[in-house]
Design a protein around this ligand. Structure first.
Ligand SMILES: NC(=O)c1ccc[n+]([C@@H]2O[C@H](COP(=O)([O-])OP(=O)(O)OC[C@H]3O[C@@H](n4cnc5c(N)ncnc54)[C@H](O)[C@@H]3O)[C@@H](O)[C@H]2O)c1
Ligand SMILES: CC(C)[C@H](C(=O)O)[C@@H](O)C(=O)O
Ligand SMILES: [Mg+2]
Length: 357
């Protein structure tokens, strides 16, 4: 099995190093090859997604991705910005289904932003459509007023769009995921305002008829943002569009204790997948050795499960993460009194040790 390892920028290389350590100790015979991406790709080859990196990703069975981006690239035009690398990979590989599980480990109920009783036992699966919506809709661009005189008259625009097949396939993914869980799907939209999400709601409702064993409800995104912090356990599977899913998954991460705990899997219809933490490159803490590597380590577990068919090894990693938390080890983002603060690499080492025990 060949894995493309793309560390990226900021804390990307720090957290990926820990996930690689964990995979190596399991001795699974994985062939891991590293390539630059994002700002690192721009520095190495003049493009955030260098052709050689894209080729490696296309040929791999799975991709383990860190994060891309840094404030210093904010002045670059869109095609050259580091973030285009992850968007380009998602599009090129057809990774339309993004799984972002928000699970609150019992050891972290006190690290959550909510009262412990609201998050105890929390297990939500956010399914975010990942290759459509306003992220990829055309046309998009900027327009200068014909007179060209007033900078203030410049206009910028993006297009929010979904086609019926795009909504159908993500709805099927959500209902099938719910069948293996608590059999409840909440479809999050903004159909009271947007044409795009009226179609979304109609299509999800139609697809639901094929899954009579799954209960479907619909919720507007503004209400969903509120319900997530009021009563998060009312949700089982949440299915939504690209942009709403981006925002709601960051919000949901704080129910689990930290954005550093939220893994993700982005899948196409061939089981090829890209696995990355839901967070970004965190330039504010990069190089300090304090980033939480657990979201990346848990993403590696998802990789073993979904793309490589190694369920047993995935379960081992998840159990090892639980063990280090039960032993009281915490990176700064999930630290609380009475626990032991550890660095990024100490956390990775502890997971390795738990796997060797
Ligand atoms: N998939 C990706 O590669 C991805 C995802 C999100 C953001 N980004 C990019 O990352 C850069 C920074 O964006 P941002 O600051 O808005 O979001 P971010 O997720 O990088 O950071 C937000 C906050 O969370 C903290 N944080 C994030 N990950 C952490 C971890 N593992 N452990 C501890 N704390 C952690 C950061 O220190 C910061 O305070 C931008 O260039 C953005 O575009 C990339
Ligand atoms: C970096 C950015 C393009 C990306 C997104 O918006 O999808 C990120 O926020 C994420 O959640 O993976
Ligand atoms: Mg995001």
């Amino acid at each position: 099995m060949k894995i493309a390892v793309l560390p990226g920028d900021g804390i990307g290389p720090e957290i990926i190093a820990e996930a690689v350590k964990v995979l190596e100790v399991l001795n699974l015979g994985l062939e891991m090859e590293t390539a630059p991406v994002g700002g690192a790709g721009y520095e190495a080859a003049g493009h955030p997604l260098p052709p050689a990196t894209l080729k490696l990703a296309q040929e791999a069975d799975a991709i383990l991705f860190g994060a891309v981006g840094d404030w210093k690239y904010d002045t670059l035009d869109r095609p050259l910005r580091p973030e285009q690398a992850i968007l380009g990979l998602r599009k090129a590989l057809g990774l339309f289904a993004n799984f972002r599980p928000a699970i609150c480990y019992k050891e972290l109920t006190h690290a959550s932003s909510l009262k412990p009783e609201l998050v105890a036992g929390l297990d939500i699966l956010i399914i975010r459509e990942l290759t459509g919506d306003i992220y990829f809709g055309a046309p998009r661009g900027r327009r200068v007023a014909p007179d060209g005189h007033f900078p203030g008259s410049e206009e910028a625009f993006d297009t929010m769009r979904y086609s019926r097949p795009e909504i159908e396939r993500i709805a099927h993914v959500a209902f099938q995921a719910a069948q293996k869980r608590d059999k409840r799907v909440t479809s999050v939209d903004k159909s009271n305002v947007l044409e795009t999400f009226q179609l979304w709601k109609d299509v999800v409702t139609e697809v639901a008829k094929q899954y009579p064993d799954v209960a479907l409800d619909h919720m507007y995104v503004d209400n969903a943002a509120m319900q997530l912090v009021k009563e998060p356990k009312r949700f089982d599977v949440v299915v939504t569009g690209n942009m709403f899913g981006d925002i709601l998954s960051d919000e949901a991460s704080m129910l689990t204790g930290s954005i550093g705990m939220l893994p993700s899997a982005s899948l196409n219809d061939k089981k090829q997948g890209l696995y990355e933490p839901s967070h970004g490159s965190a330039p504010d803490i990069a190089g300090k050795g304090i980033a939480n590597p657990l979201a990346t380590i848990l993403s590696a577990a998802m990789m073993l499960r979904f793309s490589l068919g190694m369920e047993e090894a995935a379960l081992k990693i998840e159990a090892a993460v639980q063990k280090v938390l039960a032993d009281g080890l915490r990176t700064a983002d999930i630290y609380s009194e009475g626990t032991t603060k550890v660095s990024t690499s100490q956390m990775g080492d502890a997971v390795v040790k738990a796997l060797q025990a």
